[in-house]
Ligand binder design. Structure first.
Ligand code: PHE
Length: 337
């Protein structure tokens, strides 16, 4: 066996590899089951003496390593050639395309800020379905059947039993059915009402609901949480105030105002000269609501609140027309970073 001669043949054959088929042929010829290197291994056992066996074995192994190395080199060379080919015709000195970066929607930004303020206060997030049963949207929330309070919400009905939720309060019911107290929850979502579109109305808008249930939750807890939230959201120098109000699912109920972000209480067009802006509805969860989810109202109390995201975004960014949120004009949208 002339090792040097075989080596030089391998080198010549490897140099002739110029594409994938010839690479495969090279592999088959030397390394395949019927290849030359495999055949050489059979020489080992034909060697006359143990020393000769050892000698031949060493040479065959050397050849095998040599072929494998040549094979790898040839494979690499092919890959390199392919890369060079691909780069042909590309002018790396041309200016790059500009990549325009998207921005997040102002409503998304405001919702994220609301979520972040409340999660820092230890609240968790819950969600609920947009299509609700009448029971969750109204009945369980202490709206009696046929009661005129249902008319306050101009509802889109889906069928006799289902509707598009008119507020995020049904998430209170779902959450309380799922978990036992203590609960500290915020629940963002889309809500639907049969309103004509104008500068301050849209049939689809967003709310964030919040509620807390435990033993011994008091109205002062509600005041403390909302006061802190509004100061974080609009500025710590602004005062907040609670006015009595009515919701079927809270008792007592309140409407919460913050001093006008525009005139800081002096009176202007934004606050219609009152110095105050109405921001959210709130109250202590009605015992009937707690009963509906099989909580014992003698044992547990809770507060709840709900706010409109569009309204907060309009006040925060001084936007005077709600339609801007839904028209998706990029000249408007890209102003929010
Ligand atoms: N769901 C009420 C609304 O849409 C807001 C609210 C929520 C009021 C929770 C009190 C408590 O107007």
């Amino acid at each position: 066996m002339n090792v040097e001669e075989i080596k030089s043949r391998i080198t010549t054959d490897a140099a002739a590899v110029k594409d994938n088929p010839s690479l495969s042929l090279f592999k088959a010829k030397y390394l395949g089951k019927n290849g030359i290197v495999t055949a050489l291994f059979s020489f080992i056992k034909d060697a006359p003496t143990p020393e000769a066996k050892k000698e031949t074995g060493a040479q065959v192994n050397l050849l095998k390593n040599f072929v494998e190395e040549k094979y790898m080199q040839a494979e690499l060379a092919l890959l390199e050639a392919k890369k060079t080919e691909e780069l042909k015709g590309i002018d790396v000195t041309l200016p790059a395309y500009s990549v325009s970066q998207g921005t997040r929607h102002p409503l998304t930004l405001v919702m994220e800020e609301i979520r972040s303020i409340f999660t820092r206060m230890g609240f968790s997030i819950e969600e609920g379905p947009d299509i609700e049963k009448d029971y969750y949207n109204f009945t369980a929330l202490n709206f009696p059947i046929e009661h005129p309070a249902r008319d306050m919400h101009d509802t889109f009905h889906v069928d006799d039993e289902h509707l598009l939720r008119t507020h995020t309060s049904p998430i209170q019911i779902h959450t309380m059915e799922k978990y036992d107290p203590p609960l500290r929850i915020v629940a963002p979502g889309r809500v639907y009402r049969r309103d004509a579109i104008d500068a301050s109305h849209s049939p689809v808008f967003h709310q964030v609901e919040g509620f807390m249930v435990d033993d011994n939750i008091r109205f002062s807890d509600l005041k403390g949480v909302l006061d802190l939230f509004l100061k974080e959201m609009f500025g710590s120098d602004l005062k907040t105030r609670f006015r009595p109000s009515f919701f079927p699912f809270t008792e007592p109920s309140a409407e919460v105002d913050v001093q006008c972000v525009n005139c800081r209480g002096r009176g202007c067009q934004v606050c219609k000269q009152t110095g105050w802006l109405e921001i959210l509805g709130a109250g202590m969860i009605h015992p009937n609501v707690l009963r509906a989810v099989k909580y014992d109202p003698e044992k547990y109390t809770g507060f709840a609140f709900g706010m409109g995201v569009e309204r907060i975004a309009m006040l925060k960014y001084r936007i005077d027309d709600m339609r801007l949120f839904f028209e998706n004009d990029v000249r408007f949208l890209k102003q929010f970073r």
